[in-house]
Design a protein around this ligand. Structure first.
Ligand SMILES: [Zn+2]
Length: 242
């Protein structure tokens, strides 16, 4: 009779992905407690808990500028020179609400005038029907057969759509400030069962024409995992002297 407390603890594996709920699968963590009393029904209680994860990425991902160049030749400008779009990101890892200053340099060697540029964010969630020993590098190189994998692409945040005039056979540059949308609540993660990746997708608009896709830039969303500082000799307490 009475109330009895039985404290317990366990270690969550380092490689477990964070809590996540998607349209094709979810990572859910629960603790289940069973009470086994002789000659009585076994009673059971469950409670869900959340697992967060900080990113373990090379140091340069937080500090180094990244540049990507794409040369576009579409039906509009088939017999003309390409439109070269150079996108420069200040780094590749961001947190929700961060500002992302993106630089665009366009070299238009086509005979068409460029009028606008659009950018949006999207996330890609990739699922496997069984656990692989390592995450796949990208859905394009997935070793699973099509019936054993699934993907969800979802656009989120506002589309950034702005005037950007670059006349035929000329160059133009622009700096754009984008905010990382508040919807990016789940950190980027990769596991043998599920991966969650974020991208920036961009389009260039030729005057009086349709938008032309000019590539994606992969970014990471999440907090940095701080290195555990090993105590140096200077931090050690003085030797004991009686
Ligand atoms: Zn895969």
């Amino acid at each position: 009779m009475g109330i009895h407390e039985f404290p317990f603890s366990t270690v969550i594996p380092k490689d477990c992905p964070p809590t996540f709920k998607g349209s094709n699968g979810e990572n859910k963590y629960e603790v289940e407690v069973l009470t086994d009393v002789p000659w009585r029904f076994t009673s059971k209680a469950r409670m869900e808990f959340t697992v967060n994860k900080k990113l373990v990425l090379p140091e340069k991902y937080w500090t180094d500028e990244v540049t990507k160049i794409r040369n576009i030749k579409s039906g509009y400008i088939f017999n003309e020179g390409p439109i070269s779009v150079k996108m420069t990101l200040p780094k590749v890892v961001f947190q929700i609400g961060d500002s992302l200053r993106l630089r665009l340099d366009i070299n238009n060697t086509s005979s068409s005038e460029i009028s606008r540029f659009s950018i949006h964010f999207f996330r890609l969630t990739h699922y496997h029907s069984r656990h692989l020993s390592v995450p796949c590098k990208s859905p394009m190189n997935c070793p699973m057969c099509p019936s054993s994998r699934k993907e969800t692409r979802q656009r989120f945040g506002k589309i950034s759509d702005f005037d950007f005039h670059v006349a035929s056979h000329s160059e133009g540059s622009k700096v754009i400030d984008l905010g990382i949308p508040m919807e990016a609540t789940t950190p980027s993660f990769e596991s043998g069962l599920m991966t969650m990746r974020y991208y920036i997708c961009s389009y260039v608009w030729v005057k009086n024409g349709l938008p032309i896709w000019c590539g994606t830039n992969k970014i990471y969303i999440g907090e940095k995992k701080e290195k555990i500082k090993k105590p140096s000799k200077g931090d050690a307490p003085p030797d004991y002297t009686p």
